[in-house]
Design a protein around this ligand. Structure first.
Ligand SMILES: [Zn+2]
Length: 438
């Protein structure tokens, strides 16, 4: 018999690859943090000699959820200013609070709060963009969650850097520090078309091509953004990105709420990924990304929550449900964007967008054991006809019982193993008192 570290026997397993169907009574074998195999429990018990067997008799085991767009430290601004027009919200509330408070301590505490929330909610990997990314990287690595850390670039100064050149230099130093790290990868993160000029974007494009590093940016978030771009440069932001050579398979364009028919062919042809953030778009009344149309055209669409100041949670189960419902409403078809489609968006498509397809995003032999269990033997998810449908349309994140990243059991039967939750809550509360007094 073949020795493995652990065998997890679950009522259902949804491997996502080769498809998003639930398998009855399947198991996942793990050794050295990686998946050895995924197969029916009856066969796994004959083949493997595990050091440990874990029974999850009324749970679904699936790949960990991938939050493909976050500003993790903004959890500390959750609920600071709600129900306001976008520019009032930003200019009168969020930006002043950031100018006053963003620093290493705030980013450490806010990122830790975000990681605790994400691990509890079944997220094993996030794609972050914020100031002091070296602090977010250190926090994620210490807590054991997988993350792609954005090397943020703006033309405007911040507490972290003065000039675009300084942002880039600091970002590249961070990239060097984490090269080959099992959990932390990096992406260029030019904030948005309206905060980064052509010169900086051209430099990022050259570096991205040379180093084969993804580019994570906000694009076509609102009508206003597009109108101002046309006034200033004559081009819509997508056309400007195309002119600068940025539309490549390495691009992760977040939001894309406004796409014209003639733009679609360029998006498809480029191989770029789109990251859909439906709850943030709905809350800020930004519009809605035409997800059904993009998926039908073969575009890779991932899913993200955006920061907690505009959502206000990092709940990928909730985000999946919103994405499915919104797509049906928007396209006028209840058949658009199925439960399986959104689960793929929240797992494998995120990994593809982030350049992590070989590492995570599905339960396949050789990938890291980034996975979660959801207990369906609870009142809101009974009875079970279809485990995938139940997870997307009925389950809530408090039904996530277990979270593993690279085989480490970070949420074990409902308990966070690497975090002092009461301390995280106390620090969040201290920050509320400080930030509310600005
Ligand atoms: Zn964002």
């Amino acid at each position: 018999m073949e020795k493995v570290d652990i065998l997890i026997n679950a009522r259902w397993v949804v491997p996502v690859e080769p498809d998003v169907r639930a398998r009855d009574n399947w198991s996942v074998a793990i050794s050295h943090g990686r998946i050895v195999d995924v197969q029916p429990t009856s066969k796994a018990l004959e083949r493997f000699d595990p050091d440990k067997i874990l029974e999850r008799p009324h749970h679904t085991l699936l790949p960990g959820l991938i939050n493909a767009h976050t500003h993790a430290a903004m959890t500390l601004m959750r609920g600071l200013a709600d129900d306001l027009p976008l520019m009032d919200w930003l200019q009168d509330h969020i930006w002043p609070a950031e100018r006053r408070w963003v620093g290493p301590e705030m980013v450490a505490d806010g990122t830790e709060l975000a990681v605790a929330e994400m691990l509890r909610g079944g997220t094993t990997c996030f794609n972050d963009m914020y100031f002091f990314p070296e602090v977010a990287a250190r926090t994620a690595a210490r807590l054991g969650i997988r993350a792609s850390i954005g090397m943020i670039v703006l033309d405007a100064p911040s507490a972290w850097a003065e000039t675009a050149a300084e942002y880039l230099a600091k970002g590249l130093a961070l990239r060097d520090e984490y090269k080959g790290h099992p959990l932390i990868s990096t992406a260029f993160a030019p904030h948005a078309p309206y905060t980064v000029g052509d010169e900086s974007l051209a430099k990022i494009r050259r570096l991205s091509d040379e180093l084969e590093v993804p580019v994570h940016t906000h694009l076509h978030e609102t009508d206003d953004e597009i109108r101002q771009s046309v006034e200033q440069s004559g081009d819509r932001p997508l056309a400007r990105f195309a002119r600068l050579g940025l539309l490549t398979p390495l691009l992760q364009a977040v939001h894309m709420t406004h796409i014209e028919d003639e733009e679609l062919a360029g998006i498809v042809h480029s191989g770029m990924s789109v990251v859909h953030a439906p709850e943030s778009n709905l809350k800020l009344a930004s519009g809605a990304c035409p997800v059904a149309q993009l998926l039908d055209s073969g575009v890779n669409v991932a899913l993200g929550t955006d920061g907690a100041a505009s959502n206000n949670d990092l709940d990928m189960l909730g985000e999946m449900r919103t994405a499915a419902l919104l797509a049906k409403h928007q396209s006028g078809s209840p058949a658009a964007v199925s439960a399986g489609d959104v689960l793929r968006m929240a797992t494998l498509n995120g990994a593809i967008a982030m350049g992590l397809r070989e590492e995570t995003g599905s339960l396949v032999a050789g990938k890291w054991a980034d996975m979660i269990c959801i207990d369906l033997a609870r009142i809101p998810t009974q009875p079970v006809y279809d485990a995938v449908s139940q997870i997307v349309y009925a389950a809530s994140r408090d039904q996530v019982t277990d979270t593993w990243v690279a085989g480490r059991h970070l949420l074990a039967d409902g308990v966070l193993t690497g975090l002092d939750e009461s301390d995280v809550i106390r620090r969040a509360s201290d920050w509320q008192a400080r930030i509310a007094s600005y």
